[in-house]
Design a protein around this ligand. Structure first.
Ligand code: ADP
Ligand code: MG
Length: 465
C-alpha cells in the first residue's frame, strides 16, 4: 500500500486533509450501516479509560498523519520512523503538555504502531507469550496466554478505527470486507492467521481473530514434557505414519490439531513425495520433497474459488506418496472420504474416474450406512485432541477404526486419557493404553516396524503373540 493511500485511510471519512481531526467525534464507520441507538444487551461501551494522555496522543497523531510526506517510501520503515519521531517531538513540545519520559516513549510507540503497524494490537502481536489476539469490537480485546483467555486493557477508539486496521491487514493481499462480503480470512506478513467478520453479521462491531504464527515449534519432546501425550503414544503414532495408515486428527478449534499434524508429518520418511493441501499454509514440513498447495476463496465477483477438494483431486495426478490435508470442512468431508477410498481402486485410471464420479455425486443424498461405510473403509485411525479446562492440550483418544458391524462403524480405543480430578485449576488424570492391540498392527510387521514391548499395555505382549 502506498503511503498516500495509507494516510488517506487514516483519515476519518469525508475529512479534508488539512483539517485537524476532532478526536472522539462520532463519525459513522465507512462501509458500515449506522448503528441503531439501542442495541440491547449486546451493546458494548468503552471501558473506563486508563489512558490519560489519550486526547493529546490523538491530536498529535492526526497532526503527524496530516503532515507526513506522502512521497516517503513506506517500505523504508527506518526513514518513516525517523520522520514521525521528529514531528512527534516538535508537536509535543508545541503542545506544552507535561508528561513523563516513560509516557512520552509510550505515546510515540503507539503513534508509530498506528501509522506503521496494526494499531493498538501491535504490542500484543509483538508479545511472544501471546498465542491469540481476539478483537470483539472496539472495546473488548482478548488474548490467549498459556491456553487461558485474558481481557486486555487495549482498546480501539470506535468501530471505524478497527475497520482501518482491518483494511490494513487485508488490503496488501488484495482482499476487502464490506457489506456484500462481511467476512474474510487473511494472513499477516509473519504467517499469523486472521479471520475478520464485520457488521451486520457481527453484532459486537468488527471482530478480528488472530491465531499467531508460533515462533517456537512444538516438538515430540514438548508433547511429552507438557503431558499432551506419552512417549508410548508418540511411538505408536510414528509407527502408524510409517505404515501409511490413514489418520484423521479431530478436535475443537485451537485444540492443537495443526500442531499435531505438523508433528506427525515429521514422521513421514524422507524419501517419499509429499503433497500438502491447506486453506492457509500452516504446515512446516522438514522433509525436502514437499509440494505445497493452498486453496483460494472466490474473488469479489464470486469467481475463481479453488477448494480443498479441487486440490485433493488434482494432487492425485501428481504422483503423491503422501497427501497431508490441513483441514476438512463440512460439505467436503464426504468427497474427501470418497477420495481416500479411491486408494483401494484397481488402477490409477480407475481411481481418478471413480473420484470424478464421486465428486459429481457429492451433493447426493447418500444413506447413512453408505456414508459410514465410506468412513470405515477410508480411515484407519482417529486421534482426538482436546484443549482441557485448565488450558492444557491432551490427546484424549487414539482410536482404531476397525470396520463395519451391521449399521455401525466399529471403533476401538488404543489409548485413552482418563480425567480423575480437577484440583487447583489443574486437570488430573492418566493416559494409558487400553491393552487392546489394534487389528492393523500386522501392517506394522509387514512394513518392518517394530514397536517396543509394552506399548499397548502390559498384556499386549502376551495377547498379540
Ligand atoms: N500440546 C500443546 N501444548 C500447548 N500448546 C499447544 C499444544 N498444541 C498446540 N498448542 C498451541 O495451541 C494453539 C492452537 O494450536 P493449533 O494446532 O493451531 O490448533 P487447531 O489447529 O486445532 O486450531 C497454538 O498457539 C499452539 O501453539
Ligand atoms: Mg488448525
Amino acid at each position: 500500500m502506498s503511503l498516500l493511500r495509507r494516510i488517506e485511510n487514516q483519515r476519518p471519512a469525508g475529512q479534508q486533509p488539512a483539517a485537524p481531526a476532532a478526536p472522539g467525534a462520532p463519525t459513522p464507520p465507512a462501509g458500515l450501516p449506522p448503528k441503531a441507538p439501542a442495541e440491547g444487551p449486546l451493546s458494548q461501551t468503552p471501558a473506563p479509560s486508563r489512558d490519560t494522555n489519550r486526547d493529546v496522543r490523538l491530536k498529535l497523531q492526526t497532526k503527524i498523519i496530516n503532515n507526513l510526506d506522502p512521497r516517503l517510501d513506506l517500505s523504508d520503515a527506518k526513514a518513516v520512523r525517523a520522520n514521525i519521531e521528529e514531528m512527534f517531538n516538535k508537536f509535543l513540545d508545541e503542545e506544552g503538555a507535561v508528561i513523563s519520559r516513560v509516557e512520552r516513549q509510550k505515546m510515540l510507540e503507539s503513534i508509530l504502531d498506528e501509522i506503521l503497524g496494526f494499531g493498538p494490537i501491535q504490542p500484543l502481536l509483538n508479545d511472544d507469550t501471546i498465542t491469540e489476539v481476539m478483537v470483539n469490537g472496539p472495546f473488548r480485546v482478548y488474548t490467549e496466554r498459556k491456553g487461558k483467555l485474558v481481557l486486555t486493557d487495549v482498546s480501539f477508539q470506535n468501530d471505524e478505527h478497527v475497520m482501518r486496521i482491518i483494511e490494513r491487514i487485508i488490503a496488501p493481499i488484495g482482499r476487502r470486507v464490506d457489506e456484500s462480503k462481511p467476512f474474510e480470512d487473511a494472513r499477516l506478513p509473519d504467517g499469523s492467521r486472521v479471520n475478520i467478520i464485520i457488521p451486520p453479521l457481527a453484532l459486537n462491531g468488527p471482530v478480528v481473530t488472530i491465531r499467531k504464527f508460533p515462533k517456537y515449534r512444538i516438538m515430540v519432546e514438548d508433547y511429552i514434557k507438557f503431558g499432551t501425550a506419552t512417549s508410548e503414544m508418540m511411538e505408536f503414532l510414528r509407527a502408524c505414519v510409517e505404515a501409511r495408515l490413514n489418520v484423521f486428527i479431530s478436535g475443537g478449534t485451537g485444540s492443537g490439531k495443526t500442531t499435531l499434524l505438523n508433528i506427525m508429518s515429521g514422521f513421514i520418511p524422507e524419501d517419499e513425495r509429499i503433497v500438502t493441501i491447506e486453506d492457509a499454509a500452516e504446515l512446516r514440513l522438514v522433509q525436502d520433497h514437499v509440494v505445497r498447495l493452498e486453496s483460494r476463496a472466490a474473488n469479489i465477483e464470486g469467481k475463481g474459488a479453488v477448494t480443498i477438494m479441487d486440490l485433493v483431486k488434482n494432487s492425485l495426478r501428481m504422483r503423491p506418496e503422501r497427501i497431508v490435508v490441513g483441514e476438512v470442512r463440512g460439505g467436503e468431508a464426504l468427497s474427501m472420504l470418497q477420495a481416500m477410498n479411491t486408494g483401494h481402486a484397481n488402477s490409477p485410471r480407475d481411481m481418478i474416474s471413480r473420484l470424478e464420479t464421486m465428486c459429481l455425486m457429492s451433493g447426493a443424498d447418500l444413506p447413512a450406512r453408505a456414508i459410514r461405510e465410506q468412513i470405515a473403509s477410508a480411515l484407519d485411525l482417529i486421534v482426538q485432541i482436546s484443549r482441557l479446562k485448565d488450558g492444557s492440550r491432551k490427546i484424549t483418544n487414539v482410536t482404531e477404526v476397525q470396520g463395519m458391524e451391521g449399521e455401525a462403524v466399529v471403533l476401538q480405543d488404543v489409548f485413552i486419557f482418563e480425567q480423575t480430578a480437577y484440583i487447583d485449576g489443574k486437570v488430573q488424570g492418566k493416559m494409558r493404553p487400553t491393552g487392546i492391540r489394534p487389528k492393523f498392527s500386522e501392517k506394522f510387521e509387514a512394513a518392518g516396524i517394530k514397536l517396543p514391548q509394552g506399548v499397548f499395555g502390559d498384556m499386549s505382549g502376551l495377547l498379540g503373540r
